[in-house]
Design a protein around this ligand. Structure first.
Ligand SMILES: Cc1cc2nc3c(=O)[nH]c(=O)nc-3n(C[C@H](O)[C@H](O)[C@H](O)COP(=O)(O)OP(=O)(O)OC[C@H]3O[C@@H](n4cnc5c(N)ncnc54)[C@H](O)[C@@H]3O)c2cc1C
Length: 115
């Protein structure tokens, strides 16, 4: 099989990239390491407690032990499922500050301003 593009990872970045390429008529192979959800826990906001730390949904990364904090390791969850981390995230949305968008545009990025 041949494709114009291969996108690795169907998370917040990979899925829209694949969709935009398809809209332009390209053939795209989207590869995802995680399995399709059978039970849609990710659609229930409070069910985040069942996906984070669950290898069925989460890569379950751990940091190296931090000697400055008594050897503490931390869990760094990342989604391993179609939709990636957006499938296991907290669904919190914060509107960006208008002046940040306008500053990005002023730095020479047409279309990045708030408008
Ligand atoms: C627990 C948690 C809570 C969060 N809460 C919020 C929130 O409330 N609001 C908010 O805006 N953001 C939140 N975020 C952040 C947000 O979800 C992420 O920043 C965003 O989803 C990252 O997108 P991404 O495309 O970079 O990576 P991801 O969405 O993680 O996508 C990467 C994809 O690539 C796949 N992949 C990796 N390696 C391979 C491989 N070798 N082969 C095939 N596939 C592979 C992974 O399985 C995954 O599906 C949260 C994140 C986490 C983890």
């Amino acid at each position: 099989m041949q494709f114009d593009y291969i996108v690795v990872g169907s998370g917040s970045a990979g899925s829209p990239v694949a969709a935009r390429l398809l809209e332009r008529g390209a053939s795209v192979l989207l590869i995802e390491a995680g399995k399709k959800e059978k039970i849609h826990l990710s659609r229930i906001p409070a069910a985040i407690v069942h996906t984070i730390g669950n290898p069925r949904y989460d890569w379950c990364y751990k940091t190296e032990a931090d000697p400055t904090r008594g050897g503490l390791t931390e869990a760094w969850p990342r989604g391993k499922v179609p939709g990636g981390s957006s499938t296991i995230n907290g669904m919190i949305f914060i509107r960006g500050a208008a002046r940040d968008y306008d500053a990005w545009e002023a730095m020479g990025n047409p279309g990045w301003g708030l408008e």
